[in-house]
Write a protein that binds this ligand. Structure first.
Ligand code: CUA
Length: 336
């Protein structure tokens, strides 16, 4: 045994180090990119959170290395006796004084960025209501008396601080678009408020981050950020009536009673139970972020919504023929 001592240390450490290296490499390479990453901020608020995270991560690494270095030194390298006074100094210094200083500094810094995350908006207010399992979205431009109603997608102007009012129609949901800012709960009976300033134009992905039922994991949404003029054009178009062309698709929509649950502005369809479909075809996804906006996906969704989203409240229309489904889906996709 004695001759193992000096050699066994480094040999034993090697696989352990390789494991740590592999873990760090995987952690660094995966999940760093993509439209739903906190590590690729595209908004002022997300950048602040990202900075806080990186400083805390660096601090945690330094502390981890320091603690393990100390442990290694004491158990493997230090051979002398330790006086009681010295031991107490280490405990008080490293166990009380250092954490108090570090945690107080982080707390003060963390609290100092919170007012920015709730700063007054520049004019646009967006009310988002969580439903099972989709998002009702209402745009209230400054001075508007009625909202522009949409669903399952959030569009925001770049460089402007928009106010987001969060509400729920049923259970607790939570709203989070990691690239733009922090997450916030949607709680029955109250309206939570946050503000977001996108700094880049693009499409980012968000998700519901509070368990809300069977299809919680299928409750996503895309956030599309646009330069100010493009956003104004989009909002003006979104406020307009549906381009609900006459034809067999429209006939099917009304014959099947779709308008009892869904609204198509400018038509007799005024239902408010399900998502507003006025400009459905111009959205970047179907079924709140889980299906592509194609006629094929629309037909499948109408035939059996439960297949794509268990627990969804929309009933299946599996009594329609394939031809009818295709006709209705193509017409809906044309609602741009
Ligand atoms: Cu809505 Cu989870």
């Amino acid at each position: 045994m004695p001759q193992d001592g000096p050699q066994a240390g480094p040999r034993r450490a090697a696989p352990w180090c390789r494991l740590l290296g592999a873990f760090l490499a995987v952690a660094l390479l995966s999940a760093c990119d993509g439209p739903q990453s906190v590590l690729v901020p595209a908004g002022e608020d997300a950048s602040q959170i990202d900075r806080l995270f990186r400083v805390m991560l660096a601090g945690a690494i330094v502390l981890w290395l320091g603690m393990n270095g100390l442990f290694y030194f004491i158990t493997r390298r230090y051979t002398g006796a330790i006086s009681r006074r010295r031991a107490e100094a280490v405990i008080l210094g490293g166990g009380v004084a250092l954490p108090v200083v570090v945690i107080t500094a982080l707390l003060v810094w963390g609290l100092s960025i919170m007012p920015d995350q709730r700063a007054p908006g520049d004019g646009l207010r967006v009310r988002i209501v969580g439903e099972q399992f989709w998002w009702r979205v209402e745009y209230w431009p400054e001075g508007a008396e009625a909202p522009v109603v949409s669903a399952n997608e959030l569009r925001l102007p770049v460089g402007q601080r928009s106010e987001i009012l969060l509400d729920t129609a049923d259970v607790i949901h939570a709203f989070w678009i990691p690239a733009l800012g922090g997450k916030m709960d949607m709680i029955p009976g109250r309206t939570n408020r946050m503000t977001l300033v996108p700094t880049e134009a693009g499409t980012f992905r968000g998700a519901c981050t509070e368990f809300c039922g069977l299809s919680h994991a299928l409750m996503a949404l895309n956030a599309v950020t646009l330069p100010e003029p493009a956003f104004a054009d989009w909002l003006a178009a979104e406020a307009g009536p549906a381009r609900a062309a006459e034809g067999p698709g429209r006939d099917l929509f009304f014959r099947e009673g779709c308008g009892a649950c869904h609204a198509l502005r400018g038509t007799p369809a005024q239902g408010a139970v399900g998502p507003d479909l006025t400009h459905l075809g111009s959205r970047t996804s179907l079924a709140s972020g889980i299906l592509p906006m194609t006629a094929e996906a629309l037909a499948g969704w109408i035939r059996d919504p439960q297949a794509a989203k268990p627990g969804a409240e929309m009933p299946a229309y599996d009594h329609l023929t394939e031809d009818e489904l295709a006709t209705l889906a193509a017409w809906l996709e044309g609602l741009e």
